[in-house]
Design a binder for this molecule. Structure first.
Ligand SMILES: Cc1ncc(COP(=O)(O)O)c(C=O)c1O
Length: 435
């Protein structure tokens, strides 16, 4: 019999299971390790789901005409004129991203750090990953100079980088690359003939859209940019699994779309009929959807900024969050004091937060960052409480002051402060799964 080695589950999903287990044992934990937009399902979405129950036929692999037209309209309203034929919908953007990796030859360039799924997907597609450092101001996109240098080194070492994955706004840093940087990166992509995958699943969660200009690489380099999006984050529908991808116009874009549709036909057949009903309604953006997105972006911004302040007050450096629901603090300024507590890298930092304060974070080493760096991702969207408290948080003028959120924030502040308290006790190293 041949042995088969399975990769471990995605670290964020593994930590989520760990939290469930420990909570079931009575532990009180602050869960900052899972990027789920925990908000109540909008009643109109549930109505659409019920109406869609009758859609029990397989239907076209790429999605029915109606849903593809709705997604095309969504992009067109965002300055990306789109024909419905350039849209494919699927069960989440994750499998669509995987299908794109399978369809494009060559290796992958990723910002360092990046969302923890891109690299394993590249490995499944038989690709090498070349990480490129991000600048001090933003993440989700490499520093342009470092990108050129990494491509040169990759080619010298026999690699063949052809695909560049960008995340706008970014998970894990919670920042948005500015338009000038997007233009610079697109110029490098053109010069080096790279295909860009622009993961824009957090696009509608820019906290202050009027103050934060969003430029998609698909506006600058339309001939070579694939855009992915979905409803998991903006409408809190992760478990419903609705994603979409927009391909470039022209022959190369059509070939790529056809390859992705071919992979989809063998992997998932089509997006579930009831979900196509939901997607057609949601991507058309009736007023109640627009309002829910506005309210949730505001809530995510308020709470992410509160956690950012706590990290900075504790002595970390941290890029101010501009989109999504993440912060990515760097405790490097406290390295000496942390070393006195046995904390020397992102794994021991995450382990001490869990064992010492019950705070669950995702160490930067799990996101492709340098393991020695004292960085972690904190997802702030699970702090909104139960369903009733989530409704309350959506409506509150100052959600961070609601008692249940304020209490979680003070536990976080206390946990960060505790990391560097004098008279240390050695960290308990029992949290295998957080390493
Ligand atoms: C950057 C990014 N892209 C894609 C996804 C996948 O989302 P889904 O497959 O639910 O569309 C996530 C989810 O965590 C994400 O953070």
């Amino acid at each position: 019999m041949t042995a088969v080695t399975f990769a471990p589950p995605s670290p964020n999903l593994a930590l989520n299971q760990l939290v469930d287990r420990r909570r079931a044992q009575g532990d009180s934990l602050i869960h900052l390790a899972f990027g789920e937009a925990r908000l109540p399902v909008l009643p109109q979405l549930a109505e659409q789901l019920a109406i869609g129950a009758a859609r029990s036929a397989y239907g076209p692999v790429a999605g029915a005409e109606g849903v593809r037209a709705a997604v095309a309209g969504y992009f067109t309203r965002r300055g990306l004129p789109t024909d419905p034929d350039r849209i494919v919908v699927g069960p989440g953007s994750k499998p669509l991203l995987m299908a794109v990796q399978l369809a494009v030859p060559g290796d992958v360039l990723l910002p360092q750090p990046a969302w923890n799924t891109y690299a394993p997907q590249a490995a499944y597609a038989g690709k090498q990953v070349f990480g490129v450092p991000i600048p001090a101001e933003y993440g989700g996109m490499p520093d342009p100079g470092a990108l050129s240098e990494t491509i040169r080194r990759a080619r010298r070492s026999g690699g063949d980088p052809r695909l560049l994955v960008l995340t706008l706004p970014d998970n894990p840093t919670g920042t948005l690359a500015p338009p000038a940087a997007v233009r610079e990166i697109c110029a490098v992509a053109r010069a080096e003939d790279l295909l860009i995958v622009s993961d824009e699943i957090y696009r509608d969660i820019v906290h202050d859209p009027r103050a934060t200009p969003f430029l998609s690489p698909a506006e600058v380099a339309p001939e070579r940019t694939v855009v992915t999006t979905g409803l998991s984050k903006t409408l809190g529908l992760g478990g419903w699994r609705i994603g979409a991808v927009r391909f470039p116009a022209g022959e190369a874009g059509e070939l790529l779309r056809d390859s992705v549709v071919a992979a989809a036909s063998e992997l998932w057949s089509t997006l579930a009929g009831p979900m196509q009903q939901v997607a057609e309604y949601a991507f058309a953006e009736p007023p109640e959807i627009v309002e829910r997105k506005r309210a949730s972006a505001r809530l995510h911004g308020e709470v992410a900024r509160a956690v950012h302040r706590i990290a900075v007050d504790a002595g970390a450096v941290c890029r101010p969050p501009a989109g999504g629901f993440y912060v990515y603090p760097d405790f490097e300024p406290l390295r000496d004091r942390l070393a006195a507590h046995g904390i020397t890298d992102s794994a021991s930092l995450a382990a001490q937060l869990l064992d010492g304060s019950g705070i669950v974070v995702l160490g930067g080493h799990l996101l492709g960052d340098r393991p020695q760096a004292l960085r972690f991702k904190a997802a702030t969207s699970l702090l909104y409480g139960d369903e009733r408290q989530q409704e309350e948080a959506l409506l509150a003028a100052e959600p961070a002051r609601l008692p249940h959120i304020a209490a979680a924030l003070s536990t976080i502040a206390e946990g960060f402060a505790q990391l560097t308290r004098p008279h240390p006790t050695a960290p308990h190293r029992t949290s295998e799964e957080s390493r």
